[in-house]
Design a protein around this ligand. Sequence first.
Ligand code: AVJ
Length: 328
Amino acid sequence: VISPELSSRPVNTPHGSHAAIAEISAGLLAPRAATSPKYLYDGLGSKLFEAICELPEYYPTRTEAAIFERHGAGIAHAVGTGATLIDLGAGNCAKAASLFPLLRPGQYVPVDISRDFLNEAVLRLRQRFPEIEMTALGLDFSSSFELPSSVRAERRVFFYPGSSIGNFAPHEAIAFLRRLRANEQGDGGLLIGVDLIKDGAVLDAAYDDAIGVTAAFNLNMLRHLNHLIGSDFEVSQWQHRAFFNAEESRVEMHLEAREALVVTWPEGERHHERRVERHFARGERIHTEDSYKYTRRGFIDLLQEAGFAATHNWTDDAEWFAVFHARA
Ligand code: AVJ
């Protein structure tokens, strides 16, 4: 299912790639420890995120689905049928699949860092839609990516739902969208879901739900890091924190040390026996995710900065979420 040139990328350790290990290690050693939110998504993390999308507090998934439901005809008219639909962060592919009857893509290209999870989803999807050519790509598209030649060049429409764009700071989002525009080659487009600024209490609850699914999702990153870099995080020593930071217009997620503690991991490939030590004071945090929120006007401006000209957008009655379509 995963194209061979991408599935055989070098992974030289039993755990993560060297680049990932170096990135994680540097982030943990920084004075304000931080990790990339992409490490939230191992197999269990992807399942916990699916569960988050079912929570009453987590409004983005269902609000976005309602927008697609209500404005489907207008959205399909803007996007056009027969496109090469490139689904960034496809996960279980459910969102794109619900649009297939409307958009009738010529080729479907789901891309996700959680490769095995994606593979399973695509196996099921092929049985439901045998008429659609599917090319699954198990890769991390956040830094840089080149689409293999198996992805059709004509009418590339990038589908980036769920406000995943919120994981980028605005200047990074502009750079990322510029790259998409370059890959899209002029005759395609971008269909993107964006979470809007709203009452802080609604945002706080969405990222700190009553039954603790988001807490489990955040804490699971520690297990994933232990697997990737051989660290010895003890999950019970950490606590989930999430809150809306209005000045920065973002929800922040952190893991907070419940007590003074030490985490260690192997120094590098040549020094398996030497371990790096990172001391955390009680209350000290690891910043694990930012989720930026926009106004509709603010996101149109951002799309224009990224070089997109014609844009349409659709929203729900409460204006909690918006879907944008943009062309070069
Ligand atoms: C997948 C990045 C859109 O920011 O809302 C959900 C991830 N984090 N709950 C988001 C997430 C905590 C989600 N994105």
